[in-house]
Write a protein of this length. Structure first.
Lengths: 463, 320, 327
């Protein structure tokens, strides 16, 4: 079958999966962990433990702070030392629960064995366990998974797409779990498919630069007997792993501007999320671990690693354990080089969605001085949403919100393809992102006003 | 030949006449009836179209001023009282005079006082930087130094001082339109009373962190210790969220707070004499001593009075 | 902790830069430059040299003293303009005419609008057209120069000029072609009179293929021009082969290849979208052919490109690429 990919734009950064052969190692526990209350999209969780409390591994320490929110569990056993603001990787304060590690005692009811459990529980049971175990999307957005898997009675999920594209250069954590935890991921996919309903099919999309993973998953699907799970080889192109792009590639459908994937019958979940779902549903194990890659162009070969970490571990602790910050590192990044976040504070701690510590040298990451736009149109050719970044940048400079909205700045997925490909080194995305935020604010305000007006009219009618 | 001239002139003249008529009727048909006072008001406006008044430009302001029943809600900060008087005379309204204002940068974190913790490498825009992270110093509240305020100022009144990395306001050029204040994502710039002979006192810090954290980030941060509030005899200083704020309507410019501030976060500007820290401290100490004495005396007096009051009761008791 | 960089994403950048793109264009022009130097010899080298030196110096001087902006000569765009200008001039052009052309191209057409990226018209073409209108004798003076190694170029006027002239005197196309012995292979490989860039279609095409393969340009504008020229002149030729030249002749002669491959595809002065580019190309092809068939000048590609340059802002406004999830 011909390899598929998304239809508009895209770029081809050097994939640099240099840590692909490093098997996943388990990080030892630090003396103290700091668990953030904002590890997911939506409202921060509310701590329910007090200073001095003894906690076990897997114990709930915070409850959801809203409908779109998630449980947070302790990743270690020990004593709660403080519940106080602490700086995250951006240097902004967020409430963290500080726990001094004592031993490694798990809460009751967690299956810590390696036995593969293939019997899939009923929909409601599985959904409840996913919620109770604090599972969130691990593809980057950390959207609470139980919300996404429960799209409401009117939605018709037709296809569950498992995202194994890992299109970000350098990152190899998804690749490693696809190799090492293949069966668990496939069972996780089957669980989610079962939740979404009998009509829903399932496609696991993996980019062509990971042939070992494709082979492993294909074999596992056969061995486990899930004939209705399809493994799809995708062309290597960034941003293949973008939700909208993946839907376009796999289903050849496009989500309407401002719409949700479910509007075209798609539900996209990351492979790491599938693993978390498996552990939550089959093993009753909360989401307190994830895989992260230590990589970068200035990292010595022996210091490349893929680690299984527990949430709340300080990044500085992990960096130290992995051989320290390499010489020549100019920028530290959490996530991939295209969409990752630069680390401003290495004392910050891992969260559920952490995927890497990426060290880049000045040569590859230091921005070059911007020159005049030569109207080459490369940004527009690269944009996977079909936008015209050169125009948006100009409009953003002028602050023309009306035209920005007319030219669909709100559709931008901040993938960075435009800025990546600009030969004049113009900071297109920097400015477009700000404009996008402003326009989205205007759109939301307008929607709220319209809603209020409609309600007012309704109540008037009622009178 | 003459015929050619004749026809040329005739045709051109005829064409001119027809077009003039067309223009005349179009002008007549599409004429917008407008209050002539709008034009008059617009004429006396500064014409900067800065938007400092809250309207899109000077004409919009003029339009609003003419339509409003009074001038209470319309004030041109750029033109100030002078222009508003003219506007008032055109419209026959009363104008409430406002004290002249000026933009004040409430951050004092110069390069040497506020050490950098990382190097910002993105677009030189405070908005972008603020959206990304807490900033390239330990202080998450202070000036980001990318100069959005400089860009916002239409009067060339703000410039970045390369030595300190902070913006400097040229008081002569500043019209207090507030564009810089709006442009600053950290809300570092405040529009304050210019003060008598431009003398004013303000807290040059908005760091809301607790004392030790703020102090660690910046040597001249306001640590919210409250000494200034205790010192102030005019009740002008309040502390909210670990930051002191001087209410310029109450401040009497005595500079006592400035002298007492342990981190030099309170700035006095345009005072004729340099701050006599020791003198003021001695004065405050003297006052405090007197106040203490007075308080003790009062206490003693009160005790005496109480004793005296108690005596008759005893007598009464005795009597009883 | 020592100080690390912090910036918004993306944290990496593609290797292409304005400079590398300009160098690619220069590399693509090299085959044609070499062929023209072989055929036209020292004269051509002089034109190239004067053009490059004056363009670069002019841009440097203007940015330094007039605009007081950072100097932009390092991006090599002035050299590209200079080479294209030289390719548009006969090898016999005196040095001072080349200098005037450079002043018009860089000084007027490029820097008055604010330098690279801002000019509405292709600078090299503005320079050429200015010279064509101001010094028509020099610009259409196709003497047979001695080649570098004794290779002789054909004497006399360009095929287009010969045919225009002949048609006006009442000959037919067939007669003229036969009389002058024009053949397609001659046009393709070299050896017909004209400006340096008109001499070898094959060398120019090699450069075009290089640019497309390196993804420096997309081929749609060029292909659109060719298709329009082919279809339009094909129809006219079928209608009256005695009066109208055939499509292949029109594609291979004059500035058609140079214009369609290197001038019309200039980033700054061509539309951003593919759709816009196709309309742009069709416009150029049509106008060029109209001028060739019915105009006073034998060649119309330069005028056609300049005229279509004017429509670029409109085309950019009208033509957008397809957006994801929007009709």
């Amino acid at each position: 079958m011909a390899k598929r990919t998304f239809s508009i734009g895209g770029v081809h950064p050097h994939d640099a999966k240099i840590a692909r052969d490093c098997a996943i190692e388990v990080l030892p526990l630090p003396q103290t962990v700091y668990i953030s209350m904002a590890q997911h999209l939506g409202a921060p969780a509310k701590p329910i433990v007090a200073v001095g409390d003894k906690v076990k591994v897997g114990q709930v320490i915070a409850e959801p702070g809203g409908f779109i929110s998630a449980f947070v569990h302790s990743s270690v056993s020990g004593t709660v030392k403080s519940i106080a603001p602490r700086k995250d990787i951006s240097g902004n304060f967020m409430t963290h629960v500080e726990i001094a590690v004592e031993g490694d005692e798990w809460v009751d009811g967690v299956d810590l064995s390696d036995t593969l459990i293939t019997k899939i529980p009923e929909r409601e049971v599985a959904l409840e366990r996913i919620k109770a175990c604090g599972v969130v999307g691990l593809g980057g957005a950390t959207f609470p998974t139980h919300v996404k898997l429960n799209p409401g009675p009117n939605a018709k999920p037709e296809c569950l797409i498992l995202n194994g594209a890992e299109c970000e250069p350098y990152l190899t954590s998804d690749f490693r779990i696809l190799l090492e935890r293949t069966k668990e991921i496939v069972v996780g996919a089957a669980i989610m498919k079962n939740i979404l309903g009998p009509e829903c099919k399932c496609v696991i999309g993996i980019e062509e630069n990971k042939p070992e993973a494709i082979k492993a998953v294909e074999e596992a699907v056969v061995v486990l007997g899930y004939q209705d799970i399809e493994v799809m080889t995708l062309k290597k192109k960034y941003p293949q792993g973008g939700e909208k792009q993946l839907i376009d590639a796999v289903m050849k459908r496009q989500v309407k501007s401002g719409g949700l994937p479910i509007s075209v019958g798609a539900v996209v979940q990351n492979v790491a999320t599938a693993l978390a779902v498996y552990e939550a549903v089959q093993k009753n194990k909360p989401l307190i671990t994830n895989t992260l890659t230590i990589t970068g162009d200035c990292v010595a070969k022996e210091n490349l690693h893929n680690y299984l970490f527990r949430i709340g571990m300080p990044l500085s602790y992990i960096a130290e354990y992995a051989g320290g910050i390499p010489e020549g590192a100019a920028k530290l990044i959490s996530g991939g080089p295209m969409m990752g976040k630069a680390i401003a504070n290495l004392d910050a701690c891992t969260v559920k969605g952490s995927s890497s510590i990426l060290y880049l040298s000045a040569k590859s990451t230091k921005r070059l001085e911007a020159s005049a736009c030569i109207r080459c149109g490369r940004c527009a050719s690269a944009c996977p949403m079909g936008l015209e970044p050169f125009l948006l940048n100009r409009l953003a400079k002028a602050g023309d919100m009306e035209q920005l909205e007319a030219n669909a700045v709100q559709d931008c997925i901040s993938c960075g393809s435009c800025q990546f490909s600009c030969p004049a080194n113009i900071a297109l995305l920097d400015r477009i992102n700000i404009a996008k935020g402003q326009v989205l604010g205007i759109i939301r305000a307008r929607a709220a006003a319209a809603k209020a007006a409609a309600e007012a009219a309704k109540s008037n009618e009622a009178k | 030949m003459t015929q050619t001239f004749f026809w040329t002139i005739l045709i051109l003249a005829g064409l001119g006449l027809v077009l003039a008529l067309v223009l005349f009727f179009i002008a007549k048909k599409f004429k917008v009836e407008e209050d002539p006072r709008i034009d008059e008001v617009e004429k006396v406006m500064p014409g900067a179209n800065c938007g400092g008044c809250g309207f899109a430009g000077c004409r919009a302001f003029a339009d609003a001023a003419v339509k409003a029943p009074n001038l209470d809600n319309n004030y041109c900060p750029v033109g100030g009282n002078e222009v508003m008087k003219k506007v008032a005379s055109i419209l026959g309204y009363e104008v409430k005079e406002k004290a002249p204002m000026v933009a004040v940068v409430r951050c004092n974190g110069t390069c040497d006082k506020r050490p950098k913790t990382n190097d910002y490498d993105g677009l030189a825009s405070c908005k972008v930087k603020a959206a990304l992270y807490a900033g390239d110093t330990g202080c998450a509240y202070g000036c980001l130094g990318c100069g959005d305020c400089v860009e916002a100022c239409q009067f060339g009144a703000i410039s970045m001082d390369p030595a300190t990395g902070l913006p400097v306001v040229d008081e002569e050029k500043c019209t207090a339109c507030g564009a810089c204040s709006k442009a600053c994502p950290k809300h570092v710039i405040e529009i304050r009373n210019k003060g008598p002979r431009s003398m004013r006192l303000y807290v040059s810090c908005i760091n809301k962190d607790k004392g030790p954290v703020a102090k660690k980030a910046c040597a001249s941060a306001c640590i919210g210790c409250g000494i200034c509030a205790k010192t102030c005899t005019h009740d002008a200083i309040t502390i909210t969220d670990n930051v002191a704020y001087i209410d310029f309507t109450k401040c009497k410019l005595c500079r006592e707070c400035e002298a007492m501030c342990p981190t030099e976060a309170i700035h006095g500007v345009n005072f004729p004499k340099p701050l006599d820290k020791e003198g003021i401290k001695a004065r405050i100490a003297e006052r405090n001593r007197k106040a203490k004495e007075a308080a003790e005396a009062a206490k003693a007096a009160a005790a005496e009075a109480a004793a005296k009051e108690a005596e008759p009761v005893k007598k009464e008791e005795n009597n009883g | 902790m020592s100080k690390y960089l912090v910036s918004p994403s993306p944290h990496v950048h593609a290797p292409a830069s304005t400079k590398s793109l300009m160098i690619d264009v220069l590399l693509a022009l090299m085959p044609a430059v070499i062929v023209s130097v072989i055929f036209y010899g020292w004269g051509e080298l002089m034109v190239l040299g004067v053009s490059i030196v004056s363009c670069v110096l002019l841009e440097w001087a203007i940015t330094k003293w007039l605009l007081k902006k950072p100097c932009t000569i390092a991006d090599h765009s002035a050299i590209v303009t200079a080479v294209l200008l030289a390719m548009n001039l006969p090898a016999t052009t005196p040095w001072w005419v080349v200098l005037i052309g450079a002043i018009v191209a860089i000084g007027v057409a490029k820097m008055t609008f604010g330098g690279i990226g801002q000019n509405p018209f292709n600078p090299a073409l503005v320079g050429r057209v200015f010279l064509l209108l101001s010094f028509p004798t020099y610009m259409t003076h196709w003497e047979a120069p001695k080649g570098l190694w004794g290779v002789d170029a054909t004497t006399g006027a360009t095929p287009l000029g010969v045919i225009k002239e002949g048609l006006m005197q009442g000959s037919t196309v067939q007669d003229l072609m036969a009389e002058h012995g024009y053949s397609y292979s001659q046009m393709l490989f070299a050896n017909l009179g004209g400006s340096a860039g008109e001499i070898s279609a094959l060398a120019l095409l090699a450069g075009f293929v290089y640019l497309v393969c390196r993804r420096v340009i997309k081929p749609h504008i060029t292909l659109s021009i060719w298709a329009t020229v082919f279809v339009f002149s094909g129809i006219m030729w079928l209608v009256n082969p005695a009066q109208f030249t055939d499509p292949i002749f029109n594609l291979l002669t004059g500035g058609m290849i140079l214009g369609s491959c290197f001038m019309a595809t200039d980033y700054v002065t061509s539309p951003m979208s593919t759709k816009g580019g196709i309309i742009f190309g069709a416009g150029i092809g049509l106008i060029a052919m109209l001028i060739r068939y019915f105009g006073a000048y034998p060649e119309g590609v330069s005028f056609a490109i300049l005229i279509m340059n004017m429509t670029v802002p409109l085309l950019n406004k009208w033509c957008h690429q397809k957006k994801y999830g929007r009709a």
